[in-house]
Design a protein around this ligand. Sequence first.
Ligand code: PXP
Length: 256
Amino acid sequence: MIHLGVNIDHVATLRNARGGIEPSPLFAAECAVLGGADSITVHLREDRRHILDNDVTLLKEGLSVPLNLEMSVSEDIVEFGLALEPYQVTLVPERREEQTTESGLDVIRNLKEITAISEKFRAKSVRVSLFVDPDLTQLQAVLKTSSRCVELHTGAYSNAKSHAEKEKELKRLVDAALWCNNHGVRLHAGHGLNYHNTFDILQLPGIRELNIGHSIISRSVFVGLKKAVSDMRALMNQASTHEVIEKARALQQDNK
Ligand code: PXP
């Protein structure tokens, strides 16, 4: 089964709008788990615009599912992550002026730094996932680090304006996924995924985990968080069933 990591950053965005205590990210995480989330993802940004240090600590202590901490490679955030020891960290690039994480890591240019940080987390048995664009040259560089897990940035696919552009971006993702399968690299994907565009991403060969935030939290405003998560979970289960049926069909063809 493909894991669903639910990103609850925007629950904290809403909480911070009034500076009080509600809505609580921990309560949101519990609702997401009841709806079928396999893990909870939060991004502790350098400017602390949504999730705060204390939220992450409470989530680490209170969650019944793994915590995936998205973070930049800045020194104080890395120190925080190392002390926290979440189940997984996802290293992402970060620019203060961006609305959200706009591109993948430049593993080639920052190889030394990323390798050193990955090794520190690996020494604590924390899984290190590297958020990268579906670019084979970046993926080659991942093999030079101790991480064997990537999250493919699906933003370009999600934002594609035309059918042709979408097909082109999907092909890049498929090629990157095949490359990961051939090189023993665990495959995650995320960014901009919603109830309409996730089905194709679930067909990526070897996909193990999706991390989805904005669309689920947006839907939750109308239907509640548990239901918004369970709707996404149902969509993902449907895709697994579809895959099994397709495999059975292919086997039938082979046997003819
Ligand atoms: N994965 C990564 C690495 C991200 O930075 C984000 C955005 O915080 C997401 C997944 C979730 O993206 P979205 O909110 O568009 O679903």
